[in-house]
Design a protein around this ligand. Sequence first.
Ligand SMILES: Cc1cc2nc3c(=O)[nH]c(=O)nc-3n(C[C@H](O)[C@H](O)[C@H](O)COP(=O)(O)O)c2cc1C
Length: 192
Amino acid sequence: MTLIQVVNGSTREGRFSEKVAAWVVEHLAARGDFDVEVLDLRDHPLPFFDQAPPARTLRNYPNEEVARLGRELDRADGYVVLVAEYNHGYTAVLKNAMDHTFVEWRRKPITFVGWGNVGGARAIEQLREVAVEFEMAPLRHAVHIMPDLMRPAMQSSDPFDTGVFAPLEPKLKLLAEDLAWWTTALTTARAR
Ligand SMILES: Cc1cc2nc3c(=O)[nH]c(=O)nc-3n(C[C@H](O)[C@H](O)[C@H](O)COP(=O)(O)O)c2cc1C
């Protein structure tokens, strides 16, 4: 079975992204056509990137921390990035992690679930451009969580009721179907 990694790109205290992760993982796993796991950047603390370009050095990692991230990313056949929007961009911690790596992402699909005043749209558009440089296939279908759902989700208690996001289920379904198609197509092509 192919593996989808849900990349949690926010590491701050009290992050909203954990609620989004719970919902996305629940939905994707229920499909049964790919394995799903969370890649939490909190588990991969890295210094600011200051090395030779990984596009040149490939898997010749400078240290075990980067190698561990590289090995994790290598296992995935596609990615759903959870996108917090900070000052109209995506998070620095996500860019830093991406800059430490390169080849691991190549020729794989990537899509996005974002949130914020415009559903993280500005940050997601920027990430689509970054994904092209990584030779990835950024997908059209993404999910944008707007303030009308963010507010009740933020107020929702622990354990989190993912039903708060129910109005966005059709969008997440489209995302998953698109992701499944591209994951199968590109996994087959990479194997050849
Ligand atoms: C440094 C910072 C900058 C922010 N800038 C924006 C922004 O430009 N647009 C937006 O919609 N929300 C912005 N927000 C609000 C975030 O959407 C909100 O805090 C959200 O919970 C962030 O995701 P997280 O909790 O998973 O980190 C910002 C939040 C922070 C902490």
